[in-house]
Design a protein around this ligand. Structure first.
Ligand SMILES: *Cc1c(COP(=O)(O)O)cnc(C)c1O
Length: 384
């Protein structure tokens, strides 16, 4: 039993002494990391496309089953470069129900975000929703695979082809997830992943861009480094987006643990479901039985009337016990500056999701005992 669990030893609803956060923290052994770090010191090759970056790019391409994986410094920059190297001018259709970085990347790439509502069941954009948002200025669609569930890749690929649009996916939640049995990473023109410490594949910070387009991959590799080795990509706007050897070492070790961490996440997700079963007004986000998922997030929709209290009231009770469950995503990106200044149509489904979803803590730091405490606290709160 950890220190944090002792306080709850007698009464599961006493909460924790130190905060229990939502973000994943999946860590390889510190010994393995020390060995990798000693290698970096021995080679004195710390960044600038060192051997670990090259090993990571090859390992990621093989893992995702794509022709090219290009690792970069973080997931936001991965999206920015993916969009920038498509060489577009105009509007990009994007859900407002996403992490702010998705939309920030569009703006940094010099493009204009146009918000689109999401499907209430999948919480992602779909081809019909995106089609309705197309204007004469639309040049691309950016789908977000929320919670690791695919954003209608078949429908959007067809729509993009028919309408001559580029198709990009924010796959930050979707390492190791499938759509119709195909691994996310190979859909659309290009996909972008995050290796932030709170995601299932931890590189401290980090990200990668995956594509099967050889020309685009070559432009992406030019763009990620400010240093011109040759003038092959002379016209491409570059920036320093290199992943360091330390990040690459961490990401490589994490990749080795991915199957185990996925299995552990699934165990936690199912345990939450079991322990909260029967409470009216709590609905878990489901995962499709035929697909692979990383179970990176444990998300529930709260029905205020059935639960007998507003979502935010439940969150405050949990917070008072040091359980830092989160509203996710809230507010929607259409309601935060500077994007709230864009003229946006009504997004009723997005608004409803922002009002009703909560995310519970998971990842390697969360034990069965932690889950028992969180669930007992929720039970006590709603029956009080
Ligand atoms: C984490 C995240 C990002 C940003 O990734 P960083 O590596 O933190 O820059 C983008 N989109 C979504 C959906 C995310 O969850």
């Amino acid at each position: 039993m950890t220190e944090n669990e002792k306080r709850s030893a007698t009464d599961l609803t006493n909460g924790f002494d130190t905060p229990l956060h939502v973000g994943q923290l999946n860590l390889p052994s510190v010994d393995a990391f020390e060995v990798a770090f000693k290698g970096i010191f021995a080679r004195q090759f710390f960044t600038n496309h060192g051997p670990l970056e090259q090993e990571l790019d090859a390992a990621l391409a093989s893992y995702f089953g794509v022709r090219h994986a290009v690792s970069v410094v973080n997931g936001t920059v991965a999206l920015m470069i993916a969009l920038q190297t498509l060489d577009l001018r105009g509007e990009v259709i994007v859900p407002a129900f996403t992490f702010p970085a998705t939309v920030q990347a569009i703006a940094w790439a010099g493009l204009t975000p146009v918000f689109c509502d999401v499907d209430p069941h999948t919480q992602t954009i779909t081809a019909p929703l995106a089609a309705a948002a197309i204007t004469a200025n639309t040049v691309a669609i950016l789908g977000v695979h929320v919670w690791g569930r695919a954003a209608d890749p078949d429908g959007l690929e067809l729509l993009a082809r028919e309408r001559g649009l580029k198709l990009v996916f924010d796959a930050a939640h979707a390492v190791g997830c499938t759509s119709r049995g195909r691994l996310i990473g190979g859909f659309g023109d290009v996909e972008a992943f995050s290796f932030h410490a709170t995601k299932i594949l931890n590189g401290f910070e980090g990200g990668c861009i995956t594509t099967n387009d050889d020309g685009l991959a070559a432009r992406i590799r030019v763009a990620r480094s400010f240093h011109a080795d040759d003038d092959a990509g002379a016209s491409i706007l570059r920036l320093n987006a290199k992943i360091s050897e330390a990040q690459a070492a961490m990401a490589l070790l994490s990749l080795d643990h991915l199957d185990q961490w996925t299995e552990d996440n699934r165990h936690r997700y199912e345990r939450y479901r079991r322990e909260l079963q029967g409470i009216p007004g709590l609905y878990f986000i489901d995962y499709c039985a035929g697909e692979r998922s990383n179970y990176q997030s444990v998300v529930l929709r709260i029905c205020e009337e059935e639960l007998g209290m507003p979502r935010d009231h439940l969150l405050r009770i949990l917070e008072s016990k040091n359980i830092l469950a989160r509203k996710y995503f809230s507010p929607g990106v259409h309601n935060i500056p500077p994007f709230c200044d864009l003229s946006t149509k009504e997004l009723p489904v997005t608004d409803e999701l922002c009002r009703t979803l909560i995310q519970l803590p998971t990842g390697q730091m969360v034990s069965d005992r932690h889950i028992a405490i969180v669930c007992a606290t929720i039970r006590a709160a709603v029956s009080a």
